[in-house]
Design a protein around this ligand. Structure first.
Ligand code: NAD
Ligand code: WQD
Length: 366
């Protein structure tokens, strides 16, 4: 019998699809909903090819409360939600902030209300290291612990901060209301997972990040340079106070990140912590030049780059202190940066059109 049944919103996206796979492999039933704004339903087939299990899937907008209700009605066994559905482009969030508040904040509000109507009480939320803003403004806050004061510096980060606050207020109120009604209240729990920089793909080479439109993040851009879709990588600044002048990030393999969700969910179900934030990162910082070197090694040739000015809003160092997740969740990132780069390259070589092409034959013949 399955451990439980999980609704994964945004489950055809990059992190959501890997988490759906990890949940199936950890013996949860999975129901995915997504409006396919930034993903493809082909990923459902890839999940099935790898795991041998097919998640249920609904094309549904997170702001459509009626449809959310229908999904919960159809799947009364759903007892947990992992909420990924969101807009995530930092630059765009400065241009159309209201759209970011509508999808990210109002969308979560709709989800929480629908969960409440269906007595679904555990939620794992995709937050982001971006809620910390520039942690170098404090002394001794690198690597960043969860206690670091929050201070996002862009509208996208503000929506993540707003949702963390909304979920906290809601779960605390539900606990108090349950106690007033003579119940323990411990059924209501939320994990706020603050991801650092997700990287890599599935080692099989048939699942990976497939952003629609122009990518924003370093590794997908480097992958495009490697396949000749871009002439070179633009390095945003080499005048930071780091070992080589480029900015430092904590790149975490997507398989480790996905597993972080299954263990966080297990923890909510067994320890009933109320609302708790956990950093999901490796604790190891890498510069942009480190990444160019590591990905070039995976590809087997030097990749062209040019140093240009800093990108607005970038900070020197976003490295996690993951010790809270290490201790409380028994979770630790296990995959190396080299594996992330090798896996990303395998996915990119096998699927130059991402999910818009058939998977390699040997997978279909298995
Ligand atoms: P993604 O774009 O691949 O996945 C998000 C999914 O949400 C997509 O499949 C998209 O189609 C869906 N979606 C968007 N608007 C929707 C709507 N209105 N209704 C239903 N579905 C909708 O992005 P990702 O990288 O997998 O990110 C997943 C979550 O993790 C997001 O909440 C993001 O903010 C957060 N996050 C991402 C990163 C990162 O670097 N990738 C880092 C920290 C946090
Ligand atoms: C990494 C490093 C760039 C592109 C963003 C969001 C964050 C989170 C993860 C969602 C930086 C440098 C990049 C390029 C470069 N997402 N770079 N040339 O900015 O750390 O984090 O994604 O929550 O909220 O802000 O990730 O991959 O864009 O950049 O030099 O063409 O690579 O300056 O130092 P970032 P990134």
């Amino acid at each position: 019998m399955a451990k439980g049944s999980v609704l994964v919103t945004g489950g055809t996206g990059y992190i959501g699809s890997f988490t759906a796979l990890a949940l199936l492999e950890a013996d949860y039933d999975v129901v995915i909903l997504d409006n396919l704004y930034n993903s493809s339903a082909e990923v459902i087939r890839r999940i099935e090819l790898i795991s041998g299990k097919r998640p249920d899937y609904y094309q549904c907008d997170i702001t459509d409360e009626k449809k959310l209700d229908e999904v919960f009605d159809k799947h009364p066994k759903i007892d947990n939600v992992i909420h990924f559905a969101a807009l995530k482009a930092v630059g765009e969030s400065g241009e159309i902030p209201l759209e970011y508040y509508r999808v990210n904040v109002y969308g979560t509000l709709c989800l929480l209300k629908s969960m409440q109507r269906h007595n679904v009480t555990n939620i794992v939320f995709s937050s982001s290291a971006t809620v910390y803003g520039d942690a170098t403004r404090f002394e001794n806050m690198i690597p960043i612990p969860e206690e670091c004061p929050l201070g996002p510096t862009n509208p996208y980060g503000n929506t993540k901060f707003a949702v963390e606050t909304m979920i906290t207020d809601h779960i605390n109120a539900e606990r108090t209301n349950a106690k007033k009604a003579g119940k323990s209240g411990e059924a209501f729990n939320a994990a706020l997972l603050r991801y650092f920089n997700p990287a890599g793909s599935h080692p099989s080479g048939i699942m990976g990040e497939d952003p629609q439109g122009v990518p924003y993040n370093l590794l997908p851009l480097l992958a495009q340079v490697a396949v000749g879709k871009r002439p070179k990588l633009l390095v945003f600044g080499d005048d930071y106070a780091s070992k080589d002048g480029t900015a430092i990030r904590d790149y975490i393999h997507i398989l480790d990140l996905a597993r972080g969700h299954t263990v966080a969910l297990d923890h909510l179900r067994t320890h009933h912590p109320g609302v708790r934030a956990w950093n999901l990162g490796t604790g190891k910082g890498s510069t942009v030049f480190d990444m160019i070197k590591a990905f070039s090694a995976a590809v087997g040739r030097d990749l062209p780059y040019e140093v240009v000015g800093r990108r607005a809003g970038d900070v020197l160092d976003l490295t996690a202190n993951p010790s809270r997740a290490n201790k409380e969740l028994g979770w630790k990132a296990e995959h190396t940066l080299e594996e992330a780069c090798a896996d990303l390259w395998r996915w990119t070589e096998n699927n130059p059109q991402g999910y818009r092409q058939e998977p390699p034959k040997e997978f279909l013949e298995k």
